[in-house]
Design a protein around this ligand. Structure first.
Ligand SMILES: CC(=O)N[C@H]1[C@@H](OP(=O)(O)OP(=O)(O)OC[C@H]2O[C@@H](n3ccc(=O)[nH]c3=O)[C@H](O)[C@@H]2O)O[C@H](CO)[C@@H](O)[C@@H]1O[C@H](C)C(=O)N[C@@H](C)C(=O)N[C@H](CCC(=O)O)C(=O)O
Ligand SMILES: Nc1ncnc2c1ncn2[C@@H]1O[C@H](COP(=O)(O)OP(=O)(O)OP(=O)(O)O)[C@@H](O)[C@H]1O
Length: 541
């Protein structure tokens, strides 16, 4: 396993190389101007050059934010922050005593979380200079759509940045991703770094956690996009209504100039009604009225060609080579978000045709490893996503079969194990049950629960599906390649871009894309070359 960066080293990557000095007085005035209550204990002429929520990441000259957390109040770590060179502390009444005893000036705010975004913007100057931002929210499709937007923007000649689950990139500089959406101080530092690197446009996945914890405060999105809403993260939000309301905050006029909202489901409709920014609605199923409609979807190899019809008879034609009907929705959303940012439709149409930017490799998301057999690695790790992925990859060649390799995660919702088995039995011809991330749970009963779900489905509907239970995962992938003919499809689902598998508490190196490629080569097939994956035998084909 590569050595992880220390919090201090990781945080340093999310900052500009130089910042000006900001006085506590200026911060106080800014908070008052934006309607927030605060006062200063100590020297109000003291200055800071950076801001952080983590004492372990403090750089000399920082404002350390001692905020209440789920387990501790950050003031518990104020002395560590001071020892690391913090120049001042931002805290609340609860943190006042511990913070003011250290001899550093203290900015006391009524609500610390509410102040972080605004102050980060002031310290890093992102209130004045920031790349044009494209924000994506929704349960599924955020990562894929943001890669598509970046690809279209690059084709338009823009210098781009990206913030998301898989990676952060500022121009050509890759930065390891810690959270889907980092904390506000890191986001603002990163935006300032992007400005230094000449980045003009950036895409960002905006998780519901980030909206709840106010991580995107102080940022303004030129265009925000909504993919869909299905059940997830109810541990944080409590109910679907709350989950919806949290996501809806992105589409307020004070955060986003424009919103492109997919209205294929009722949640999308409600989102469009609720939004106060300028809304363009998008329907990708033809079943509802919307400003923009996807029509004429035609299968093209593993992907699709499609058209987008909008107001005043505007039409855009596009192609995505990514498998899966849902990738037509992602691609349509990406195109419209770029259009909504003000790009001329003719210019957009030209790059869609010349560069096919929607056929972008998204690591571990319906990622094509080979065409013959069709071999795909996907991140689907719940019943709904597995059903959607499987039902969209069947070849039209008569007699061809779909082989799926997957498992269920340990220490997570055990009720989904037999359901995923049943889904696989229903949609595939050969089901190979293996391990996902068992974590510290015994993997054998997990495999058995999944396989039993598959067997019950087969018995209930007299299906002809074959079920195999094979581990470790690399052996299961090898077995799939051994069983495949050139017209068949192999889908390896559940782990996507991940490169470590935790088995009984031990992290094992495992990259589904590399294993699948190796197995295909071993059976005489020719996988596609890729530069993104770890440890790939590129030249052995
Ligand atoms: C559940 C959750 O979101 N927790 C967040 C929360 O941590 P916490 O409340 O547990 O913090 P705590 O341990 O009580 O500590 C209190 C404070 O002391 C600070 N501290 C703590 C220890 C120390 O030595 N020094 C120090 O300064 C902490 O930074 C924190 O500010 O506050 C921290 C800093 O403010 C966050 O980094 C942390 O996110 C953690 C890392 C996390 O994993 N969050 C996940 C759930 C998340 O946000 N995920 C979403 C995507 C979800 C999805 O779509 O799947 C994301 O956007 O990534
Ligand atoms: N528009 C969509 N609708 C439904 N499912 C989708 C959609 N796009 C992708 N998927 C499925 O969801 C999986 C995750 O896709 P993606 O990473 O793009 O979404 P995400 O919102 O970023 O999710 P995560 O935060 O879990 O990474 C894919 O591997 C695919 O199986």
């Amino acid at each position: 396993m590569p050595e992880a960066l220390t919090p201090r080293a990781a945080e340093a990557l999310l900052r500009p190389t130089s910042t000006g000095n900001t006085t506590l007085r200026a911060m106080l005035e800014h908070l008052h101007e934006t309607g927030r209550g605060a006062n200063i204990i100590g020297n109000d002429a003291a200055t800071v050059t950076g801001i952080t929520l983590d004492s372990r990441a403090v750089q000399p000259g920082d404002l350390y934010i001692a905020a209440p957390g789920a387990r501790f109040h950050g003031s518990r770590f104020a002395a560590d922050a001071a020892a690391a060179g913090a120049a001042a502390i931002l805290t609340d009444l609860e943190g006042e005593a511990a913070s003011s005893s250290l001899g550093l000036p203290v900015l006391l705010a009524n609500d610390v979380r509410e102040a972080i975004g605004e102050l980060s913007a002031l310290i890093y100057g992102t209130d004045e200079h920031c790349p044009e931002l494209f924000g994506l929210t929704g349960t599924n499709g955020k990562t894929t759509t943001s890669y598509m937007i970046r690809s279209v923007l690059r084709a338009l000649g823009r210098e781009t940045g990206l913030v998301g689950t898989i990676e952060i990139s500022a121009g050509q500089t890759p930065i390891p991703s810690i959270l889907t959406t980092p904390e506000a101080p890191q986001l603002h530092g990163l935006m300032a770094r992007m400005v230094e690197l000449g980045v003009t446009s950036a895409t960002m996945e905006v998780s519901s956690h980030s909206l709840s914890y106010r991580r995107v405060d102080g940022l303004r999105f030129a265009v925000s996009g909504f993919t869909n809403l299905t059940q997830d993260h109810l541990d944080l939000h409590g109910s679907m209504q709350e989950y919806f309301a949290t996501k809806a905050a992105l589409f307020d006029l004070e955060r986003s100039d424009r919103a492109v909202i997919t209205v294929d489901d009722d949640w999308g409709h409600a989102m469009a009604d609720h939004a106060t920014s300028e809304v363009w609605t998008l329907c990708t199923t033809g079943e509802r009225d919307a400003d923009w409609m996807v029509t004429n979807i035609v299968a093209n190899s593993l992907g699709h060609d499609f058209e987008l019809h909008g107001p005043d008879n505007l039409v855009l034609r596009a192609t995505t080579g990514l498998p899966g009907d849902f990738n037509v929705s992602n691609a349509a959303l990406a195109v419209l978000m770029v259009l909504a940012s003000g790009v001329q439709i003719q210019e957009l149409q030209e790059v869609l045709e010349a560069a096919e930017p929607l056929t972008v490799e998204v690591p571990g998301r319906m990622q094509i490893i080979a065409h013959s057999p069709a071999a795909i690695v996907d991140f689907a790790h719940n019943p709904d996503a597995l059903a959607r992925a499987l039902s969209s990859v069947r070849s039209t060649v008569p007699g061809s079969k779909v082989i799926v390799v997957f498992g269920a995660t340990g220490e997570r919702d055990a009720s989904k194990r037999p359901i995923m088995g049943a889904v696989a039995a229903k949609h595939a011809d050969v089901v190979i049950v293996t391990d996902d991330d068992p974590h510290s749970e015994d993997p054998a009963p997990i495999r058995e629960a999944v396989a039993e779900g598959a067997r019950c489905e087969i018995a209930a509907h007299a299906l002809q599906t074959e079920v195999h239970v094979i581990h470790p995962r690399a052996a299961a992938i090898a077995a799939a390649a051994a069983m495949a003919g050139e017209n068949d499809t192999i889908l390896v689902a559940g782990r996507g871009h991940e490169v470590f598998q935790e088995v009984m508490g031990v992290n094992l190196e495992l990259d589904d894309r590399a294993e699948l490629r190796r197995a295909l080569v071993a059976h005489g097939f020719s996988p596609l070359a890729s530069s993104e994956d770890s440890d790939l035998p590129l030249d052995e084909g």
